[in-house]
Structures are given as structure tokens and as C-alpha cells.
Ligand binder design. Sequence first.
Ligand code: 3HC
Ligand code: NAI
Length: 708
Amino acid sequence: MSDQLVQVSREGQIAVITINNPPVNALSTDVREGIGEAIENIVADPQVKAAVLIGAGKTFVAGADIKEFAKITSEKPRESRFLQMLLKLEDCRKPVVAAIHGGAFGGGLELAMAAHYRVASPTAQVGQPEVNLGIIPGAGGTQRLPRLAGVAKAVEMCAQGSPVKAEEALRWGIVDQLIDGDLCAGAVAFARQIAEKPAPKTRERNEKLGTPEQNAPLFAAARENARKRQRGMIAPPAAIDAVEAATTMPFEEGCAFEQKRFLECVLSEQSKALIHVFFGEREVAKIPDVPKETDVIPVTTAAVVGAGTMGGGIAMVLANAGIPVLLKEVDQPALDRGLANIRKNYANSVSKGRITQQFMDERLALIQPTLSFDGFSSVDMVVEAVFEGMQLKKQVFAELDCVCKAGAILASNTSTLSIDEIALATSRSESVIGTHFFSPANVMRLLEIVRGRATSKEVIATCMQLSKKLGKLGVLVGNCLGFVGNRMFGPYRREAQFLVEEGASIEAVDKALFDFGMAMGPLATGDLAGLDVGWRIRREYRHLQAPGVRQPFAEDKLCEMGQFGQKTGAGWYKYDEQRRASSDPAVVVLLREWSAQAGIPQRSISSEEIVDRCIYALVNEGARILEQGYALRATDIDIIYLYGYGFPSYRGGPMWYADRLGLDKVYARICEFHRQFGALWEPAPLLKQLVSEGKTFAEFHPERGAAA
Ligand code: 3HC
Ligand code: NAI
């Protein structure tokens, strides 16, 4: 097995060790053993003077095989044979040159650093992304990287997990040479040059490890940064500790320290959740009845209707992917406003150094403003982003039906309206689909792709593929009110309001959920998005509310007072010119008055109850969505919540979180809320069913998921 995964060939006196474990040459147990055997072979072969270690296919090595982490338990901790194998590689008297293309990530970079030299293609990347999986490097990465790149760069790479491009890796000393053209040939030539020289060992290079005085501020800054930017995560501080150990302990002790912290992390709930997210991000692309081979419609030109908040952002997203886009508005002032916003957004990015002026100019040149449908007949796709209103949407789609070519995709960015009803305004419902971007569209990664009853598989496949090109994570959902994300957000925000109406302070509700890990509390989120949005939707759908069922009132009353949130300077909180929030004593008094009028008794509410009510409201609605087939899998719901709603990634998403807590416990608490608070807490039938079967959400697959 291992000799198929790792092959050794010869180029004269240079051995070429090729790792061939598609798709990404992950270091499974067999691959690691294969590399170990290959090293033994070259040591034993008197003809070989040096070796090149290279990956077959599109990449060097993407790291340890992530699937194998599930096998590590506290009873059966991971053996450190990989670490031993790397020592054997480093101690090999014949120099080994790692030749990197694609990526050398995690264990892949650790492998390369144990080699004596590293050469790379100019397009290659290296990194220690383990923290994104809730772990830290586990094969000496935290000990060898500071010896090659210096402490500052190593601590940044290990704690933040971001990749480094080849040229930067060269500058930092991680890579010794870049090779244009044929990497293997270049690496063999490099190996010939160094074949007779002694093989330098990374673990013996201590000159970049700095002094305690130099390092102390670096570690303090890294810890502060992790505390703020990776709030609640255990792996980044552990990675920093391990790099620090490299500066205070001999190599072997440092490795033992790293192992201990690695093990703590890999056994943690956080790591299980983040590994679920890693595979979940990839799973959402798999749609059972729309196979990979489904034909896609080439999208080389596009149009956006409406240049408001969303339309402008969507036009930027398309232009950023190099797609020329027509941007249509109703009148010149609206068009000018839309374009001014787009320019301002790009200019901001230029001033922050995120993009160059040239990039901005090129992207702007791709956005062609217009007040007419001229040119629409040749575009491959239109995204509609006009005001939220069925009549207007239908009118726009009827117009698009007249002007667009056959086969063009007609997408709506509606956040609440039925795609099927919008499609009725056209003569081609198979071409109509929902592309629900999140605000700000040019920043947020989530894209809910809403499948209408008649949407063709080609149109779905195209939008899923396009989402990747646009840098988005596309998740297919069915066509129900609020689709998946907003449908769940309703009960979540409803509970937040109820809690305030029952006596919790606004700050206490937001803080409990922020401390749980949400990017923002639910009430502050309402202020940011605009309280009027939900207010309008509630008015439109009031007829659907069951009579006699308690409904929240506080937000409606705030809106009636013209307090729409940040945009009006006041909502749940009041805001200064810089949009900094502070408590609004008037709102606090009003809340008590409103609650008294409604006869709601006031009580003290624990942060545990706040979290349980808001998060279980998400879970209960998620269970209904799953059962009704509006999401393909529980994972899809998790990904939507992580990328669209600021759910903490280290908790894996609401459905994963519930699974890990134990659905029996979640069900029992929901039943308790049902008794205490009434009909809105009716447990979802699926939840009850799974509890009785002893199963999890992850084990449930709806028969016709995402309303196929
Ligand atoms: N282990 C197992 N499977 C892996 C894997 C890994 N390290 N890396 C990728 N895969 C799988 C993916 O799940 C996917 O499977 P699928 O086709 O069945 O969905 C397939 O390989 C292709 O992956 P992508 O779709 O992600 O391919 P891309 O070309 O878009 O991206 C990549 C390639 C940038 C390498 C990306 O896959 C990636 O980031 N991989 C993980 C890198 C990583 O985190 N490495 C560290 C691992 S932990 C470690 O090494 C610990 C060490 O310190 C001991
Ligand atoms: P907006 O009010 O900022 O912009 C709408 C724009 O459409 C206005 O500039 C208006 O002049 C233009 N418009 C109206 N009729 C038009 C027509 N016939 N032809 C061309 N342009 C026309 O609205 P926003 O926030 O951008 O919302 C647009 C859509 O996106 C809505 O369906 C909304 O529900 C949805 N959405 C909004 C999100 C948000 O956070 N704002 C998030 C996700 C979806």
C-alpha cells in the first residue's frame, strides 16, 4: 500500500521521492510510513547522493489526514511516530530537498521543514493552518518554524493560521529558493548543487530564536490579538504557548510541550466542531440530485437591477471576479448614489492597503451604469436587487423575461419573497432562482441559493459553481418564508425581545449571547440591520400569525417612535456620530411601562436562560426546516449560521451544538419552555423523533432535501 502512495525514482545520483495520495497528498498513516521507508532506502543506496521530496498532482502536502483525528481518544492518544519519522529525515546524512508546489500546509510544512532545504514554485503557499481546525501543529511545527522564520513570523503563522505566499516564505527564510518552470527538474538541479555539502538540520538552527527581552512583547501582542480576534478559541493561545516553548526549552522538550498541548486541543469539543465545519464547508457543495457532471451555463457577463445597499455590493462581487456587469437603476440620482457608494467602498479598501488603486480602477471599469435595459439581451445572468415587494419584483421579472436571451439566469436577491411566485411573472420559471446575498454583499461569505419548484438543475449547478468563483460559500436551500437563515433568525430574535419584555436588561441579553460566542448580541444586530426591516415584514405577514399566541411588541413600538437602530441614531441603544452604542435610559423606562401595560411580570433572568432560549429557538426551527426538507442536511444549516449570522465556528453551528449537547437534553429543555411559555415552544416533531430513536441531526437526511 505505502509503496503506491510514496514512490522513489532516480535522476542519476538524485533520488526523487514522490508522494501520491490524491487529492491533496494528506499524510495518512500509510503515507507517513511510505516516506519513512523511502528515507531508509536512500540512506542504504550508495548510488544516491541527495534526494528530492515532491508531491504528485496539484499540491505538495495538505497536512495530516484530518479524518484520522477522530480516532484519537484520551485512552488511545496519538503516537508520535510522525515526529520520530521527521527526526529520522532530518538526521539523514544525504541532503533532502522538499520541492513545494500548491501548498505545504500543517504536517506538510512540518515535513518540508524537517528536510534540509526547501524550494518552491512561485505560486506555492505554505502555512500552519491547524488553529482553524481547533488544534495546533503536532509534529514540531511550532519548534522548527521559529528557527527558520524567526519568532514573530512563526507566532503569527501558528496562531492565526493564514497561509504565506512563496515569495514571502522566501523572504522569511522558510523557503531557500523559488523555481520557475518545471519544479521537479529545478529541484533536482538544486539537489545536485548541494549533494556534497553537509545537510543542515533546522532543529539545530537557534540564531533566530531571539532573547527573552525581544520575545516578551511579541508574545504579549500575539496573546492580546488572539483574545480579541479569535475570541473564545483555545487553540490560538495554545499555539502561542508552544512557539514560546521553542524559545525557552531545548528542541526535544519543546516538542514534548507541543505534543501535550496538541493532545489537549485535538480532544477538545472545539476541535471536533471545527473539523465538522471544515468538512461541512465542502459537503454543502454536494447536491444529491445535481451531480458534479451537471452542465453549467457559462456566466461571462451579468447585470444587476437596483443599485442600493445590496445591488451595489453584488455588482462589486461580480466585478471582483472579473465579470463585466451592467448596473441598472430607475433614475439618475439613484444611480449616482449607488455608484458613489461603490467608489467609496473600493476607496476604503485602497486606503487600508487591501487592494491597489489599479485594482479599483479595473473593477470600476467593469461596472457599467445604465437607466435602460440596453445590453440586457446579451448578458448570461441578471441579479435583481430592487425594493422588497412582490408586485415590484414581478414587474421587474416580467420586463427581464422580455429583454433577456433564452437561457439567461434570472436571479432574485429577495430575502423573504417566494421565488415560485416571482417566477410566475416570467415564461421561464426553470431559469429563475434566488441568490440571497448577505449584507455587506462584498464582504459576507454566505450565499443562500434558493431553489424554486421549477428551477433547472443546470441553473442550480451554475449558481453553486459561480458562488465559488465569487469567493462565496453557496448553500442550496428550499423556497420557504425567510428561507433557512432568516426563518431561524425570527424565533431567535423573538426570544431576545421576550427576555427583555420579561425583565432582562438589553445589555444582559446581548452580553450573554456575545459571551456564548455570537459575533454580536441579537438586539445590537437588530440595530445594525435596521429594526424597520423586520417591522415591515411583520406587518406584511401579520395575517399568518396564530390568534392568541404571544408576540413580541418592543421592536414594533421602537419603530413606531421612528427608532430604527443605527441609521436613525437610536433603536435598542442610542448611537453617537461614530455609531458608538450606549444605553438609552428612556428606552429602559419605556420597556418597563410597556411590559406593565401588557401585564408581563418582571423577574431576574440568568444568562444561562438567555442563551438557552435564544439558541434553542434556533435549533427548534432548524429541526422543522430539516424535517420539511428546506435544507439538505443539518450541516448546511450550520454553515449558514456560521457564515451568515456570526455563530461561533468553534461551536460548529446550532445543529451540531445541539447534537453534541445531546438532543435528549435539548428536547427536555424545550419541553420545559413549552410548559412555561406556551405554543411557540412546541417541540419540532423531528426533534422528538430523533430523541426517541437515540439519533442525532447529523444522522438525519430528508428524503427530498432543499425541496428537490
Ligand atoms: N485531510 C483529509 N482530507 C483533506 C485534507 C486533509 N488534510 N485536505 C483536504 N482534504 C479533502 C477535502 O475534504 C476534499 O474532499 P472532498 O473532495 O471529498 O470534499 C478534498 O480533499 C479536496 O479538498 P478541497 O476541496 O479543499 O480542495 P481545494 O483545492 O479547494 O483546497 C487545500 C486545497 C487548500 C489544501 C484545502 O483542502 C485545505 O485547506 N486543506 C486542509 C489544510 C489543513 O488544514 N492542513 C492541516 C491539517 S492538520 C495537521 O496537519 C496537523 C499536523 O500538525 C500534525
Ligand atoms: P435598497 O433600498 O438599498 O435598494 C433598492 C434599490 O432598488 C434602490 O436604489 C431603488 O432605486 C432601486 N429600484 C427600485 N425599483 C427599481 C427598478 N424597477 N429598476 C431598477 N432599480 C430599482 O434595498 P436593499 O437593502 O439593497 O435591498 C434590495 C433587495 O435585497 C431586497 O429584496 C431585500 O429584501 C434584499 N436583501 C437586503 C438585505 C439587506 O441587509 N439590506 C440583505 C439581503 C437581501
